[in-house]
Design a protein around this ligand. Sequence first.
Ligand code: GLU
Ligand code: MG
Length: 460
Amino acid sequence: MHLSDLTEPTRVPAAEPLGVSAVTDSAAPAATIDVVALGWVDNAGITRVKTIPYARLDAVAAHGVGFAPVFDVFLADDSITAGDLVGGPAGDLRLIPDLSALRPLAALPGWAWAPGDRYTQDGVPYAGCQRTFARRMTERAGRRGLTLRMGFEVEWITGTQDAAGHFVPAFHKAAYGMTRVIRVAAQLRELIRALAAQEVTVLQVHPEYAAGQLEVSVAAQDPVGAADTTVLVRETIRAVAARHGHTVTFAPCVVPGEVGNGAHLHFSPWRDGANLCQGGAGPRGLTEEGEAFLAGVLRELPALLAIGAPGAAGHLRLVPDQWAGVYRCWGLENREAALRLITGMAGERQHTANAELKCFDATANPYLVVGSVIAAGLAGIDDGLQLPAEVPGDPSATADVPRLPDSPAAALAALTASEVLREALGETLFDAITAVRRAEIARTAKMTPLEIATESRHLY
Ligand code: GLU
Ligand code: MG
């Protein structure tokens, strides 16, 4: 969508009933957009917004809205830390919406959403802007003739709050059961319609494993688009659920010891219109370049964990036998491997072959995730890396398969030691991220698993 499309009030595309609220009546006029939420995701993985009246959109698209750089060192609980380069009350930036990504929010009538990029007051891209980082890494790949296709899976748990404030999942058994779908059929139907109205291509919605757990997977797209989409999908799920009296959480651990929510990243590098994850002479049909990209990701995976599963709640989820991918290995369709290779069906592999990072969760900033994965993969190509031997079954049954770092502190140590990610992120972003990680580690150090899970359930 371009600015020229917005000279008339934008209309929510869905003219059909959407479920239970203002847009349920198909005879009612589609809602006019009155308010635009300009969103960004901070280094603690919290989606925050500035909102503007729709009438101001032209002006804001040109010059942005004010934005304190201290937001980059906010922690998940809204307390504030400081890095060596980022922090303190002074300074201002401009948050400028990307109108090509603006979408009317079908489940929030009258509202639209647009992700924003941050600039200095002189109009220079801000070095701490995560979305700019994702775009910069995409362009870095592009200069080498590579494009990336990416998509995040979204897992969440839906339920209600009882009088004592305890979370009650919407259903228990059976995993993947039709009984679950029937319990939330209206909600899921409304969600699919809302996402379609917002130009999100849904591949699948299904009842997952844990109590109250559901999942949406969406089509792969460019890296920045994939990050934009996952933010939009999550907020749409939240808004639709609220219309049904449900509260949802994307937190990695909701009940300690039980299966949690992942935010698996699917990705494939392409060259000259060909998918490098298939059609080659490497393991499982990988091309030499595709293998090197994956090997680069595997090499940086301990450091990437501090980006993709950054917090204490994420580490409560990262336990074996829950398909969270806690082993630093790869394997064809291996759900216990952090890096799962997927080929798809014979005849369609040109389109479907991809790799999936299973260890990541929704407390991550998705822009940092896509940019960091690209940086790691490109470094793998630079160094001509090859993958280690494939792990075909349960990694715990195979000798010498290493675990990923087992705490946020261990992952942060790997990130701090990663020259690849330090260079790619640049000193401002690296400083802000590591300051937030250090402060989160200190903040959660004395919390019990239950306290961590409960807080995370409320925040994400
Ligand atoms: N819920 C699992 C996780 O925490 C993943 C299940 C699956 O493979 O989709 O990542
Ligand atoms: Mg799943």
